[in-house]
Design a protein around this ligand. Structure first.
Ligand SMILES: [Zn+2]
Ligand SMILES: [Zn+2]
Length: 188
């Protein structure tokens, strides 16, 4: 049975991971499993900005991806960047097996606001759905409440829900249907 695997980089609070497992199962319909934590690849750290290169974290995820993984999602506390972008909440391979999200900018404390664990957990779910949505071939959505809408800042994250809009759900379902057909599953 194919599963989505969650892979922490370093120590990630289990209270963040548990609600992600439920949410991702509800949205994508795959079993969600956890793998032991990985160390961040050393070369990914950029001392000048204190950030980590998300592309190198994706490479590390691909290296350890289990054979029955339909997708792998890395979770890091570190702030991530892609060259040319000052920061990213996450990074995914479009139609590829790996994605990673950063928790660094999802806490209220990052914006010097009072701690709000419920809001933090909800934001992590939205970003996890967003990045995994990309791995399933979904692109950015114009519906600001849809998880697939683009977030350049935390306000846009807060506008969206931890679920796909009707259009994106249909696109996801039809791409799954296409995969089933091309894999010959209909003959079983
Ligand atoms: Zn995106
Ligand atoms: Zn949408």
């Amino acid at each position: 049975m194919n599963s989505i695997y969650l892979i922490p980089f370093g120590t990630i609070d289990p209270d963040v991971i548990a609600p992600l497992e439920v949410c991702l199962w509800q949205v994508f319909g795959y079993d969600v499993k956890r793998l032991p934590a990985l160390a961040e690849p050393e070369g990914a750290f950029t001392p000048a900005t204190g950030q980590w290169n998300s592309t190198l974290l994706l490479k590390e995820l691909l290296r350890v991806k289990p054979t029955d993984a339909v997708r792998v999602l890395g979770i890091t506390e570190h702030d991530l960047f892609i060259p040319m972008l000052s920061f990213v909440f996450g990074h995914a391979q479009l139609n590829g097996p790996a994605a990673v999200i950063s928790l660094a900018r999802l806490r209220q404390e990052f914006y010097r606001l009072p701690v709000n664990p419920a809001l933090f957990h909800h934001r992590a779910m939205k970003e996890a759905v967003h990045e995994l949505g990309h791995t399933f071939g979904l692109i950015h959505c114009a519906d600001t409440r849809c998880s697939m809408s683009l977030s350049n800042g935390i306000r846009q994250v807060d506008q969206k829900e931890a679920e796909l809009c009707t259009d994106c759900s249909h696109l996801f379902e039809s791409s799954m249907e296409h995969n089933r057909r091309t894999n010959g599953m209909e003959r079983i």
